[in-house]
Write a protein that binds this ligand. Structure first.
Ligand SMILES: Cc1cc2nc3c(=O)[nH]c(=O)nc-3n(C[C@H](O)[C@H](O)[C@H](O)COP(=O)(O)OP(=O)(O)OC[C@H]3O[C@@H](n4cnc5c(N)ncnc54)[C@H](O)[C@@H]3O)c2cc1C
Length: 409
């Protein structure tokens, strides 16, 4: 049995755990970081398509979701994108701003984020132990006993940064939730977010590979609840694309309550109904025998054409048979194409999980548990998730900074 009297044990070497290791070790804390994977920061490595969308300059509480929005507001108070830039500058990583305020490492390589974080932590004296799965945690007489696959550690202070259940192949796990609940914490239900959606409709499979800009509107039990604009990508299982990922949080929450959701897709978001009607009417040559399918290919991907004609119940077989009424039906379908959603692609494919440790049980100033003294939380283990665009990493860095400030006093 391995015993150690570390000042701070950190469970989970992802974004929050690494940032906390650097800052705490730099402040003279004796840090041991325990990571189950063979290397730290696996989610960081694949994030932002390998470039790591590390943060965002447009920080506002609206970009974060929690049952307790006041908690998020208090955690973020006084810590904005400049705080994140300063932290990374201090470890030797420069950031650049791209569209929509998204921050990336100047190297455009997620690997540089992980390598510089790990180097800074170790240089400051933090001990990083990989291939070390934490199996059980006890809190007795103000001391934590941490049982791992590499022996038992004891510590006076413990930080849980074991993340969420999303993306299990990269280390996503529910272990942290179990440790927290065993020590008296409650959980807000977890659902996959930033995830692709599943549809059983056959036509979607035939359109697999088609990608176009659009607007997706969510109807749950017939009521419109959310709308997002961006790419729509039809796939063999259903639908993906940035608009869909952005809508997926709402879809996940609704699917948990109702067993069925429907999307209405606007495939022509650049045109109003009137503009689209005029455009299509202006394309009719009353003398042309061009097949209607070919005529529609002049404005729409070939794979979508037959479904649009079917749904519109278009009777015209050739261009010259088209009239204002037929055009009206086509325009309606192109602006309101229905797609039923039966599921999401689940935690396996999700970038983040909604829910987690109930933040009403955590002090937003210090990130310390209100239930167990010297137990801290940071990152996605908490009931806080952010929008796509660097907001999830922003929360991980900032919550870790709050812990470091507290434990270093
Ligand atoms: C494919 C993908 C792309 C993403 N892209 C972005 C992006 O560009 N921008 C953005 O802001 N967010 C992005 N995210 C989300 C972001 O990665 C997470 O929100 C963030 O990593 C959360 O940080 P964390 O430290 O809380 O958890 P994690 O980074 O998940 O770290 C938790 C760590 O704890 C370890 N662990 C878990 N259980 C145990 C245990 N029992 N014992 C020991 N170790 C354990 C895990 O192996 C893991 O390394 C992406 C996520 C995915 C999956």
């Amino acid at each position: 049995m391995q015993q150690s009297k570390n000042e701070l044990i950190i469970v989970g070497g992802g974004a929050a755990g690494l940032a906390a290791s650097v800052l705490c070790a730099r402040n003279g804390i004796d840090v041991t970081l325990l990571e189950q994977n063979d290397r730290v920061g696996k989610k960081i490595l694949v994030s932002g398509n390998g470039k790591c969308n590390i943060g965002n300059t447009h920080i506002s509480t609206q970009r974060f979701h929690s049952q307790n929005p006041d908690f998020v507001e208090q955690v973020l108070q006084g810590y904005d994108a400049s705080t994140v830039k300063k932290f990374f500058h201090a470890i030797g990583l420069e950031l650049v701003e791209e569209k929509e305020g998204k921050l990336f490492p100047m190297s455009m390589q997620a690997a540089s984020v992980v390598e510089l974080l790990a180097f800074a932590a170790q240089e400051a004296g933090a001990k990083i132990v990989c291939n070390c799965t934490v199996k059980h945690i006890d809190n007795i007489d103000n001391h934590f006993t941490v049982e791992t696959s590499q022996g038992t550690y004891t510590t006076r202070r413990l930080l849980l940064t074991s993340g969420s259940v999303a993306a299990p192949k990269l280390g996503g796990s529910s272990a942290g939730y179990a440790f927290a609940t065993r020590m008296g914490h409650t959980l807000v239900p977890r659902h996959p977010s930033l995830v692709q959606l599943v549809s059983e409709e056959r036509w979607v499979k035939q359109c697999a590979g088609v990608k176009l800009p659009g607007i997706a509107t969510l109807f749950a039990n017939g009521v419109q609840t959310a709308q997002k604009e961006g790419d729509l990508l039809f796939t063999p299982y259903g639908i993906s694309g940035l608009a869909i990922l952005d809508l997926s949080r709402e879809v996940s929450l609704h699917l948990a309550q109702f067993d069925y959701c429907e999307l209405s897709l606007d495939l022509m978001p650049r045109f109003t109904k009137e503009q689209l009607t005029n455009l299509l009417l202006g394309r009719i040559d009353a003398a042309s025998h061009k097949p209607i399918t070919l005529w529609l290919q002049g404005v729409l991907h070939k794979k979508l054409v037959s479904h649009i004609l079917d749904v519109s119940k278009c009777k015209a077989k050739t261009e010259k048979e088209l009239n204002r009424k037929e055009i009206g039906k086509l325009v309606y379908t192109l602006k309101h194409l229905k797609l039923s959603i039966s599921d999401t692609k689940g935690f396996e494919h999700a970038e983040v999980a909604t829910g987690g440790v109930d933040t009403s049980e955590v002090n937003p100033e210090t990130m310390m548990s209100k239930i167990v003294k010297n137990l801290y939380f940071a990152g996605e283990i908490l009931d806080v998730d952010g929008d796509r665009g660097g907001f999830n990493f922003h929360f991980a860095w900032i919550s870790a900074m709050r812990v470091a400030k507290t434990v270093s006093i």
